[in-house]
Ligand binder design. Structure first.
Ligand SMILES: NC(=O)c1ccc[n+]([C@@H]2O[C@H](COP(=O)([O-])OP(=O)(O)OC[C@H]3O[C@@H](n4cnc5c(N)ncnc54)[C@H](O)[C@@H]3O)[C@@H](O)[C@H]2O)c1
Length: 358
């Protein structure tokens, strides 16, 4: 195996840290870029330094640099001084709702930060593979136009032909995205262009709900992780609109990184893929509450706010058929129960660590 030099942006975050661990385990050399901006976005609960410390302990060839991807000069310098084989770009302002309070930083991190990286790669490592973590919010609320049925605890697609979920042909314009969806769509299009126009090995993954034990879950981002946090350590969970019957498909960060690995081994320039847990890993908010109460053995204190988040999806299940047809070695390996167990175990360990530190 050729040892690769891998750049992971957002390396303290959920997907970035999983990528660091995975590629480090395989003997590659990893440079992680993360300035802990998640703490600035979401306050102390979003602080990712615990995860950076954890990574330092479990990795062998990992170096971290606290650079800001908005800073073109430092990004250019990073690429001028090191040659990368693979770039996994996970750094982001990741919240749909947060973006309305901080439109400019949101756009600068998501759109400008992405083109800073792509252009630096074009100048200095044009042969590298670049994977951009995009989002299903690039479709705005267009998925809500699909006919739905209301079941006891969830909405679902009414027509059999929609059962497998939303594929990449869903339109991305003339819908309400939230400013986050718009800044990610800008980055998504620019990334496609570096693939199509410059023939660079760029892949775009439009994620459903990505989750896992390394999420620093907060109310505005990371719904399963945050729900488990509230169930285990107290507080009140708010359900916003759609009677709590809104559906999300969830995918474990390990399966996301496995998809990145498959693409890196056989890249297709400019391709766009939906990536999620699919129907088997789909769950509504009401169903998630029930499931989490069962596994934690604790009642979740929650209230209903009769106003949906603007531009929010009612039922979103990712159709991963295109990715699976291009990369038949890939599949979803972790079901919802396994995902929840890992999140719960990780949060218990963090609580114990904090109690010990006190
Ligand atoms: N988690 C999800 O449900 C989900 C769903 C769809 C798409 N995505 C996308 O996947 C990617 C990874 O998401 P995640 O859940 O791991 O998010 P995360 O917030 O856990 O990780 C992102 C990391 O980027 C860092 N960061 C933010 N701004 C930065 C900057 N200017 N410079 C350097 N580092 C910066 C943050 O500190 C954080 O550690 C993001 O692009 C996100 O939009 C996530």
């Amino acid at each position: 195996m050729k040892r690769m030099k891998v750049l992971v942006t957002g390396s303290n975050g959920l997907i970035g840290s999983e990528a660091v661990e995975h590629f480090d385990r395989q003997g590659h050399e990893i440079v992680g870029v993360d300035n802990n901006m998640r703490r600035l976005f979401f306050g102390a609960a979003g602080d990712t330094l615990w995860n950076l410390e954890r990574l330092k302990g479990v990795t062998k060839r990992f170096t971290h640099v606290a650079l800001d991807i908005r800073d073109r000069t430092v990004i250019e310098e990073l690429f001028r001084t090191q040659r990368f084989d693979l770039i996994v770009h996970c750094a982001a302002q990741p919240s749909h709702d947060k973006a309305r309070e901080i439109p400019l930083p949101d756009f600068e991190v998501n759109a400008l930060g992405t083109i800073n990286l792509l252009e630096a790669m074009r100048q200095h490592s044009p042969e590298a593979v670049f994977v951009f973590l995009s989002t299903n919010k690039v479709y705005g609320d267009a998925p809500n136009e699909i006919p739905l049925v209301e079941l006891e605890k969830r909405y679902d697609y009414a027509r059999v032909e929609d059962f497998a979920g939303i594929d990449e042909t869903c339109r991305i314009d003339q819908t309400m995205h939230s400013l986050f969806g718009a800044s990610k769509a800008a980055a998504d299009l620019v990334a496609q262009e570096y693939g199509r126009y410059f023939h660079m090995k760029v892949g775009i993954f439009r994620g459903g709900c990505l989750t896992g034990p390394a999420h620093s879950g907060v109310e505005l981002h990371g719904f399963l992780s945050y729900m488990v946090k509230v169930a285990s350590s107290g507080g009140k969970y708010c359900v916003f609109g759609y009677k709590g019957k809104q559906v999300r498909d969830n995918i474990h960060s390990h399966d996301v990184v496995r998809a990145i690995e498959e693409f890196a081994a056989n890249p297709r320039p400019g391709e766009v893929y939906n990536l999620g847990g699919g129907r088997a890993n789909s769950i509504s908010v009401l169903e998630a509450i029930e499931r989490i109460e069962q596994v934690t053995g604790r009642k979740l204190d929650w209230r209903y706010v009769d106003e949906a988040r603007k531009g929010d999806h009612i039922c979103y299940i990712s159709n991963v058929g295109k990715f699976q047809s291009h990369y038949p070695n890939w599949k979803v390996t972790r079901g919802l129960d396994a995902i929840l167990e890992e999140i719960i175990a990780s949060q218990r360990a963090q609580l114990a660590m904090h109690a010990h530190a006190r």
